[in-house]
Design a protein around this ligand. Structure first.
Ligand SMILES: Nc1ncnc2c1ncn2[C@@H]1O[C@H](COP(=O)(O)OP(=O)(O)OP(=O)(O)O)[C@@H](O)[C@H]1O
Ligand SMILES: [Mg+2]
Length: 612
């Protein structure tokens, strides 16, 4: 399928057109596998939707339409044309493109109030030359006009009705499915745009960058710009997968732990459901690639070729890989005969990766001194000055408004122990919130795939972390910390956040797409106990206030991951800093040296970027 820029007003997708009879049941249905929808205007300024495929070209007048966009994030929407008694069902549309397309339609129809009312008789008698023009891009002025109108009246443009499909729940204001009126998706930096364009061009892309350079942020944007039915978003760990709305690489691959022989892995992946998922996938995305074992990657590449019946690298599917090899390494320590541990050491890596990028602009931290410290720690370099700066954090008071810093532990058991003993030490009764899972038999899987526990035990005074964006403007974002102040009359926990905002939290839903495309869901209060976290579970997170003991770190990059979760030196406290806790894997350093040299040769990297 042709890929387009995400802010284009044309949409490449699959479409079903249904014609309804007088009883409103479907009398005829036509499916189009790949069509391009465009918004066009005629000489009377009426707006039409042009549907074009290699077999057909139709035009529909956008008048008296209802738009149903609840499943827009999954690349689906429907438009019903009441006058024509017809319904147009859009699916497998890249969600960002779909949003841009529907937004353009909404803004143009809203802006047209009164302008396009030319009667049929006038039109027939008109001597104007017949024209059909593609609609012009939305301007900031048009957005502002619609925002103004929306401020004083309904958000429904003239000629459209609001969500009238039977059985379809109305999207809530402020929710993900609500159509934003801002001009296009929020900005990517130039270096991020380059990666997005390479990914949309269909190349196999690897992009890296230090912690906080927006790799996962960009990955979410790439996912949103690809057709969802043929895109599989994965990550090496459950937490990271959840961060980008995907599944673990292991669960998609269907080869268990991947420890078995290649032949056995192929057998496992040839089970009908697994094979179907492999065959359907056209874009495979892997976040936190540093934690994917080299041997596993090698096997996966072979499995992909066999089960997809295609001998091109990875069976011809597009790979989009992202991660920082100077963060946590793979958990399995198994090495093959050639000693491969990281996936860049596997022979499959060079065969599969066409183009590489490095993001250099750090977004998580803004203080250049702290960024410099982190850049050095990343490569295992700790000068006496850095040691002094990090030791000085011991005296920091990292409590914010009575909310203690989250403690990062090198071992998960320590984190669990701290959380349960702190909870036990609180006076007062416990309240337990049980999750509602779509399939109670898959609770264990949902425990791994979602950031919230199946059973959440809370007390007044418990320190918690918000696990979902609830209200970005008010700072109630994924990772925000707070304290339970009470339980309201409905029994919901009331949380006071660091931002001083206090609110009761309702259960939220997490939807996970399984390998077969089926959707699993968990509904739970979006909280987790947050006195302590393991460093492994914190990879990928941004923490506003953090304390750590690094005495027992056991992996290269582990201290760097912990330190780089903090947003600033002021909000960081290290209890026992010792330069010996910081080291980088020499193979990774060598990889980055070679990688940089290659980028310079290809003249992708301007001079003066940080060097490994
Ligand atoms: N272009 C951008 N504009 C504004 N904010 C951004 C941009 N890119 C990233 N961010 C913000 O920077 C922070 C760090 O981003 P992100 O978590 O994607 O980094 P990362 O490279 O994946 O880090 P890690 O290696 O730790 O996983 C996030 O709060 C994210 O929203
Ligand atoms: Mg990340």
């Amino acid at each position: 399928m042709e890929q387009r820029s995400p802010d284009s007003s044309a949409l490449v997708c699959c479409v079903t057109v249904e014609w309804l009879n007088s009883q409103n049941s479907v009398s005829r249905r036509t499916n189009f596998k790949t069509v391009t929808l465009r918004l066009i205007r005629n000489e009377f300024r009426e707006i039409f939707m042009d549907l074009r495929s290699d077999k057909t070209n139709c035009r529909y007048h956008l008048k008296g339409i209802s738009v149903h966009k609840k499943f827009m994030a999954e690349g689906k929407a429907s438009i019903s044309f009441s006058e024509q008694k017809m319904m147009l069902l859009i699916f497998n549309a890249p969600p960002t493109q779909l949003l841009a397309f529907l937004r353009t339609m909404f803004i143009k129809l809203s802006g047209d109030r009164g302008e396009s009312k030319v009667g049929t008789r006038t039109q027939l008698l008109s001597s104007k030359p017949s024209t059909l023009q593609e609609i012009s891009p939305v301007t900031l002025q048009e957005v502002n006009q619609v925002k103004q109108k929306a401020g004083c009246c309904s958000m429904t443009p003239p000629g459209t009705k609001k969500r009238t499909l039977q059985g379809q729940e109305a999207p809530r204001q402020g929710k993900k499915s609500h159509m934003s009126l801002s001009l296009g998706p929020s900005s990517l930096t130039q270096e991020q745009k380059e990666v997005l364009n390479a990914a949309l061009s269909g190349k196999n892309v690897f992009f890296t960058g230090s912690a906080g350079t927006g790799k996962s942020y960009l990955l979410r944007r790439i996912i949103g710009a690809l057709p969802p039915d043929v895109t599989v978003a994965t990550a090496s760990t459950g937490v990271a997968a959840c961060h980008i709305g995907g599944v673990t690489l292991h669960s998609f691959a269907g080869i268990g732990s991947g420890q078995a022989s290649v032949e056995r892995c192929i057998e496992q992946a040839s089970r009908p459901q697994v094979q179907q998922a492999w065959r359907k996938c056209r874009h495979l995305i892997i976040d936190e690639i540093s934690m994917v074992d080299g041997l596993f990657f090698e096997k996966l590449e072979r499995v992909a070729r066999v089960v997809r019946g295609n001998d091109r690298p990875f069976g011809g599917l597009q790979l989009i890989l992202c991660g920082d090899f100077l963060q946590l390494p793979p958990v399995t320590r198994e090495m093959d005969q050639k000693g491969a541990r990281f996936c860049f050491q596997s022979p499959a890596w060079d065969r599969c990766v066409h183009v590489s990028f490095e993001l250099n602009q750090v977004h998580r931290q803004s203080d250049p001194v702290f960024i410099e410290i982190l850049q050095n720690v990343r490569i295992g370099r700790v000068t006496p000055e850095i040691t002094a700066q990090l030791l000085a954090t011991m005296d920091h008071k990292v409590e914010r408004g009575g909310i203690l810093a989250t403690q990062l532990c090198s071992h998960m058991q320590d984190a669990n122990l701290i959380n349960s003993s702190r909870l036990n030490n609180l006076a007062g009764a416990t309240r337990t919130f049980e999750a509602t899972d779509s399939d109670p038999y898959l609770t264990k899987m949902l425990d791994q795939m979602t950031p919230v526990p199946s059973s959440l035990v809370l007390k007044v005074g418990a320190q918690v972390m918000l696990m979902k964006n609830i209200n970005v403007a008010d700072g109630m974002v994924n990772g925000a910390r707070g304290i339970i102040t009470s339980f309201d009359d409905k029994g919901l926990p009331v949380v006071q956040f660091c931002s001083k905002k206090e609110m009761a939290l309702k259960p939220e839903r997490w939807i996970i797409k399984t390998r077969s495309g089926a959707l699993l869901s968990r509904k739970q209060i979006p909280l987790r106990l947050a006195w302590a976290f393991s460093i492994h579970k914190s990879q990928g997170l941004t923490l506003d206030c953090v304390e750590m003991s690094l005495a027992r770190v056991f992996e290269a990059g582990q201290a760097y991951v912990a330190l780089s979760r903090a947003k600033s030196l002021d909000t960081l406290r290290i209890l026992d800093f010792d330069p010996k806790q910081v080291w980088a894997n020499p193979d990774v350093l060598a990889f980055y040296k070679k990688f940089r040299r290659k980028l310079h040769q290809m003249q992708i990297v301007p001079l003066g970027r940080p060097r490994v």
